[in-house]
Design a protein. Sequence first.
Length: 194
Amino acid sequence: MTTSPCADGDRPSSAASNLWLIGGMILAAALFRALPSPEYRPPNMAPIGAMALFGGAAILDRRLALAIPLAAMLISDLFIGFDASRVWIYGSIALITLLGRTLQHSRRQPLAIVGGSLAASLLFFVVTNFGVWLMSGWYTHTPGELIRCYTMAIPFFHNTVGGDLLFCELLFGGLAWLESREAGVATVTIESDH
């Protein structure tokens, strides 16, 4: 594991404790997903895309970047339950995590984060609703029914976008704030020894 050097060279940042912090932030976001909807949160307003994007951007080790958001999803699914659609949700999480890796060098740039968040929302919408069309039995497998499936999901899309933007702000902003509190540390990055 490597850590970012301090500007004054006196004390290194603890990569292990930062990994726990980043993992904890992702887990907290996943637990929010387990809150019942609509009693505690609007339908589809969940931190799924944000936590995957953040994991990809904040954790340099590719295996950990994929494993932590997927594990957080698995934990929240223990409360929510599993069904056949989960394969599409987990697939979209993996793709969004890979998208987040493109933000590793721009994770403090608000426009890059907003763009990544919007792309994550769109990616989640496209992948998961394709899965609904393909596997739910609600639609016949024709192009017209695929369009109808996406059209039926549009009313929920604004909550997905809002949730991703909100949680991206909290996760990326929270990490930037914590990094700025560590005197002299330019960034916190996690790398594997491998």
